[in-house]
Design a protein around this ligand. Sequence first.
Ligand code: GLN
Length: 490
Amino acid sequence: MTDLTSLTLAEARTGLANKTFTSLELTDAHLKAIEAARALNAFVLETPDRARTMAREADARIADGTGGPLAGIPLGIKDLFATKDVRTTACSKILDNFVPTYESTVTSQLWRDGAVMLGKLNNDEFAMGSSNETSCFGPVTNPWRREGSNTTLVPGGSSGGSASAVAALLCMGATATDTGGSIRQPAAFTATVGVKPTYGRCSRWGIVAFASSLDQAGPIGRTVRDASILMRSMAGHDPKDTTSVDREVPDFEAAIGRSVKGMKIGLPKEYRLDGMPAEIEKLWSEGAAWLKAAGAELVDISLPHTKYALPAYYIVAPAEASSNLARYDGVRYGLREPGRSIGEMYEQTRGEGFGAEVRRRVMIGTYVLSAGYYDAYYLRAQKVRTLIKKDFEDCFAKGVNAILTPATPSAAFGIGEKGADPVEMYLNDIFTVTVNMAGLPGIAVPAGKDAQGLPLGLQLIGRPFDEETLFSLGEVIEQAAGRFTPPKWW
Ligand code: GLN
């Protein structure tokens, strides 16, 4: 039998249905792979007993014909999703050993559909970061290395554990979240497929909140098809999240292989950055040529407010974060550092419990929301956000079906290489934050490699609730570019 961990989710689904192997075998193969890959630090908690119990249940249901669409498929869960009776920390010391008594809506839908939980995945603390270096559990290692080099590279962030685990074949797919690029950037850094759905497509209930008007859950998968399968189970209306939208969830997988003939694909001129590496530029033109060869029409478009997206995001996101993180006060969750008064206890707990990047965001957020600065910063950023959204609406009104851009301005970088200047790290999100600001869906698809053999991704941005078009177009790119798996060294 071929190594079960090298199958795609779709292939494993067929193997399980045909009884070529059982979910227990598939799950055990992944548990073994996880054990052998601890050096990557992708998992912060392994749940092998739970995984085997769930796998046995799935096998029983497959046998009696009641298995759901994900029956027996082993997945990893970003540690930002609350999992009932399983430690959930957002990779922050402040949550300590917090064990939720409830399950997030997204994960409960995955279990409803028969998936198996292998464990919890590393991420940047409270999902703040682009390299997974802010986690209280330490950085995650990217399974990809530069050719002929032993330098350990970041997998991107904040969903670095999810991307690394999927790329290293430790799980068949993973949940992730994206506030400014946290699904798409790590997917691009690891040659996996990441989807940030339209805001409101997936319930945020039970996901540790970072910036509520921007946060969305989505999948990271091995292929476009795998991501589409996961998306269907993760999406859907939830009365417990008032921002989740009551709209039918399409069969996303059915969009794969659908013709893209006649589709208008926008190429925004503002994404052609000064000093952009020639490799990224080349990748972008190649991607455009593949879509053209499949019958799509390429059009030059303008998104004039792009240059304000990053500064506006770094006002809106910290503002919301400072408010969301007010709840970690040493009383309700996890860590408590005693003090002589309640005020001192709050201070000690928050000072000890939050890492440096999170403290920076809380301070920025508090500042931009404070009296006297609110109008100058927060209100102005909100206005810019509206203009960014309008840029996209204008393009869609002219008949553009989707927009093609690079996913990131570079390939993966080394652990510790960036971060002395926080702005340098923030620049990673240059191509992705606009999508969150506008609430649109986006997909990152592996499209090639740089001169050092590192994967690079392309991003497709869609109309609201038109993830299907992204899956159709994404698969065209995937077919042309091929699938990339890192050589195993760990
Ligand atoms: N890198 C961005 C930030 O640090 C986005 C993170 C995310 O999408 N969660 O805010």
